[in-house]
Design a protein around this ligand. Structure first.
Ligand SMILES: [Zn+2]
Length: 262
């Protein structure tokens, strides 16, 4: 019988073979992060730090979960003009995600949850998931594409305003960073910007075309407490999601989402 873990005995890079063979994993979580400019006040690794904080909580609550090392680079071409951004092409990121999951499948883990740290990664994740299901039809893969939307929505009512603190380096993201890596946040240089955009049309732009600082939201109302609320709420949700998937044998149609307020 698998028991929830209290230590970090789920981080793949920290396990040796002896330990790995004593433990039992039936699913894996992968974080897709980014290394990119986050205005003046947040660290370049914010997207990876936040998503990895969420999944550590999830893994601790979910027996049998192997936490893969996070992928630190994402598709960040929209931020390239700002120092100091590293970007992969969507094709490269998609290949990395696919090959990481394929390695797991070849060694017996076929169930995956991806937590995405950065919006630019979405299309690469989608392509990798489709390829995985095409080549390994019995594998299962689920994704949370946007912690910065899911977390604030799931946080207790009133934590964020009606816009849920949206925006790159905005209220929600800055709150999450203040909770996860407070020593790396400099609120004395936090500046907000609110570029407007058409509601029903997506225009292909780079962030410098719409923002001087690289922010597209308001970090001034951010607090570590709001960050704790959004990260805890999302981790709880994802742990409940995995529990229900496990109960249903990862047969999506057999799961009862309504019972879980999911
Ligand atoms: Zn970010």
């Amino acid at each position: 019988m698998l028991k929830p873990l209290t230590s970090n005995e789920f981080k793949l890079e920290e396990l040796n073979r002896h330990k790995f063979e004593k433990l039992s994993f039936d699913k894996a979580i992968l974080v897709t992060g980014a290394t990119e400019n986050h205005a003046y006040h947040l660290p370049m690794g914010t997207d990876t730090y936040v998503a990895y904080a969420v999944v550590q909580k999830v893994a601790r609550m979910t027996p049998g979960t192997l936490l893969l090392p996070p992928i630190p680079f994402g598709v960040s071409d929209q931020l390239m003009p700002y120092p100091f951004t590293i970007t992969l092409t969507p094709e490269t990121l998609s290949a990395v995600i696919f090959e990481v999951m394929e390695s797991c499948i070849l060694q017996g883990i076929t169930r995956f949850l991806i937590i995405n740290g950065h919006g630019g990664n979405n299309s690469a994740i989608d392509v990798a998931m489709r390829k995985l299901r095409r080549l390994y039809p019995t594998a299962k893969v689920a994704v949370n594409l946007a912690w910065w939307i899911s977390g604030p929505k799931l946080a207790p009512e009133g934590t964020f305003g009606p816009d849920f603190g949206i925006g790159h380096a905005g209220e929600a993201e800055t709150s999450a960073a203040l909770y996860v890596v407070p020593h790396l946040v400099d609120m004395s240089v936090a500046r907000g910007e609110w570029p407007s955009s058409p509601r029903e049309v997506r225009v292909s732009t780079t962030i410098p075309e719409t923002s001087r600082t690289g922010a597209t939201g308001d970090p001034s109302k951010a607090t570590a407490e709001k960050g704790r609320a959004l990260i805890t709420a999302l981790a709880d949700y994802l742990a409940r999601f995995l529990k229900e998937m496990d109960k249903a044998g990862w047969n999506f149609a057999g799961a009862k989402w309504e019972d879980l307020a999911l």
